[in-house]
Design a protein around this ligand. Sequence first.
Ligand code: HH2
Length: 364
Amino acid sequence: MGTSLSTALDADKGLKLYLRPLGIAQGPGGLALPLAGRPLSFNTIELILRAGGRRVYEGAFPVAGLDALKGQLPRALANRFDEILARLCAPRPAIGPLDFSKPLVMGILNVTPDSFSDGGDYFSAKDAKARASELFKEGADIVDAGAESTRPGAKPVPEAEEKKRLRPVLDVIKELPGPVSIDTRKSPVMIDAIKSGATLINDVSALTFDKDAMTAVKGAPGIVLMHAKGSPETMQKDPSYEDVVLEVYDFLEARIAACQAKGIARGRLIVDPGIGFGKSVDHNLALLRNLAIFHGLGVPLLIGVSRKRFVGAITGVEDAKQRLGGSLAAGLFALQQGAQILRVHDVRETRQACDVFCALRADF
Ligand code: HH2
């Protein structure tokens, strides 16, 4: 890029500022700041300035010198700098029983005949109920049940069918030993789920698919807002972005603002960049490498890499069920950038990997 900060500031009035934590390590550290109040800390900040969709400045600054940096910024940018920095550092409040002071494992329960890696495995009412209990036994902190596959090319499932598939899980929510999330884009399904005691509504369209979704989630303790480009039917047809990381960031920031405008507090929200949803392999890798920038949104980060196609593309493993090794590598990479929730199919193995990983980085 090569432009100095003062040149970028002089040249452009319509600048948008982003901060990405760098130098992430374990422990509180002397000259470091806490990352999301967690066991991790960061000692450097990347400052990004963007105008007209393009990055016009990128520079890295040690956190010890941030006052001098801020002193160079015009008032509006300095205010946004303060706001994002505070969000990067603040602990995330618990959502119901979900405490974000340590990484959480979300176990996937697909009550579908056609999910990309386990379609049909837990489709009957009996199998779905049994699998929910089993996921908790294997070490899940929360179970995410979905009845509509959102794999690339999937066709929408009618509302009545989605409700019917979820019923056996909703009927046992209160008897299960842990909290349940319901993965749906439809407001009537959300309402059913909340009435039955769901802790989270996980919407891969970030409450944009159904115009009534924003009202429907009002009674949910927590809501997952995920980024997707296009619908599952078309999303993998040559997705393109000018700057995938900042475009996904802007989308999630706008969805948080839309929720807040409807009275849904930031403390009830979780965001997810939506790995594999309208993204090429390179887009997915860019999002994972730059994951820490999303802490600037001030909410917990959920990441779903489990068995996904990019793992197959990197490793050449076609069978999704054989992608555990790659899924664990990507999941631990996300944890090292402070991700708070991993959404996975292989709970037992991920729990073990997380426990060892957290012991190694000496979480306190
Ligand atoms: N991925 C899938 C479904 N829901 N929700 C969130 N928040 N994040 C994700 O990455 C995510 C998600 C796709 O995985 P899976 O549920 O196994 O497949 P399918 O959609 O085919 O049922």
